[in-house]
Design a binder for this molecule. Structure first.
Ligand SMILES: *Cc1c(COP(=O)(O)O)cnc(C)c1O
Length: 355
């Protein structure tokens, strides 16, 4: 049967979604779980990439946004609002237009990848850049969400977490087992909270009984070194990293991330921007998978920990790649120079190609 999208595929498990909510969908979810044998060999593990960049707007945010917007329609909202480092606004704008709702987004001026801003604009959202960071934007969006018939669709909305937990169900289905480790970038920390909820619910439903592997994975989270409040144990007033999607100093789901880490026997650690960029390039030029910089943070952490001998041998590891590389092509051309033009001459071209 054809895939119906997250709301209808998983409706029976989305207990917080009103039963009469319509399914506002772009057929999100069902993303590929791609084996990564070369990178896995470097790490000494059986590595799989859950490529959430293959969702309709190019990030995992769609998995939660479809549920949040479906819920907003059910409760009679006429507008949705969010603060965003980019992908939330792209997703909110698309799903709001699908539902016929207005969409307002508050973003930190100058720190949004162009592809994401373009998406919010083309889907008809009203975009308000502020002279502040994501945390400032979220403070404003939370207040706007208290207005009559306005729904806040950041991950502080429990329906976002409901939708995002479904990634765990898909991973268990695709692997036929629970992974030993699930690693991902951590920004506002909604996603690690959600994936952990999904694994927990799968165990409670006995869906993992009799399967190989552990009942639940160890949850490993990666923060950028310049934006690592959870690792440091205190909020960061002006977070800095090239990985703009995780440039967050005071995560809304901080406690959820700590619960996921501690209940799973996991860890949340930091990676430098240089490590993030190295992992970003390795994913693209050894495995053929192009994700955005923030998405590579989890793989950067795996490489770092492998270097210290902290990756269990032959572990089954899933890394969520949270967003698509085409969101932020500027980053590529900052890393790799675009070659100069040459004469339209076979010999010249062949020589340049080394053929
Ligand atoms: C939103 C986002 C993150 C961070 O997810 P949180 O739920 O905020 O921790 C990471 N990567 C990408 C590409 C994102 O869009």
């Amino acid at each position: 049967m054809a895939w119906r999208g997250v709301v209808d595929e998983f409706r029976g498990r989305l207990s917080r979604l009103p039963a009469d909510a319509p399914a506002i969908t772009l057929l999100e979810g069902d993303t590929p779980l791609i084996p990564a044998p070369r990178l896995g060999a470097r790490i000494g593990a059986r590595l799989y990439l859950k490529f959430e960049g293959m969702n309709p707007t190019g990030s995992f945010k769609d998995r939660g946004m479809c549920v949040a917007v479906s819920g907003a329609v059910a409760t009679g909202a006429s507008a949705v609002v969010c603060a965003s480092t980019g992908n939330t606004s792209a997703s909110a704008a698309a799903y709001a237009c699908r539902a016929g709702l207005r969409c307002g987004v508050v973003i930190p001026d100058g720190n949004i990848a162009l592809g994401k801003l373009a998406q919010a604009l083309i889907h008809g959202a009203t975009v308000i850049p502020i002279e502040g960071n994501f945390d400032d934007a979220l403070t404003i969006a939370r207040k706007l969400g208290e207005l009559e018939s306005v729904a806040l669709v950041n991950s502080v909305n429990p329906l976002r977490i409901e939708g995002q937990k479904t990634v765990a169900f898909e991973i268990i289905d695709a692997l036929g087992r629970v992974p030993d480790v699930h690693v991902m970038p951590v920004g506002n920390a909604g996603n690690i909270t959600a994936a952990w909820l999904g694994y927990t619910e799968a165990v409670e439903a006995y869906e993992t009984a009799g399967l190989d592997g552990p009942d639940r994975p160890a949850m490993w989270g990666a923060q950028a070194a310049g934006a690592a409040p959870i690792v440091r144990g205190e909020a960061v007033a002006s977070p800095q990293t090239i990985a703009t999607a995780i440039r967050i100093g005071n995560p809304a789901s901080w406690q959820g991330a700590l619960d996921a880490r501690d209940s799973s026997g996991g860890t949340i650690e930091s990676v430098t921007d240089a490590e993030i960029l190295a992992a970003y390039r390795l994913l693209a030029d050894t495995e053929g998978v192009f994700c955005e910089p923030a998405s590579a943070a989890g793989v950067a952490l795996l490489l770092q920990k492998a270097g210290r001998g902290e990756v269990p041998a032959d572990a089954v590891i899933v890394a969520t790649l949270t967003g698509h590389g085409l969101k932020d092509p500027d980053r590529v051309v900052q890393e790799i120079a675009v070659p100069d033009a040459v004469a339209p001459d076979l010999e010249v071209v062949a020589e340049r190609l080394g053929l």
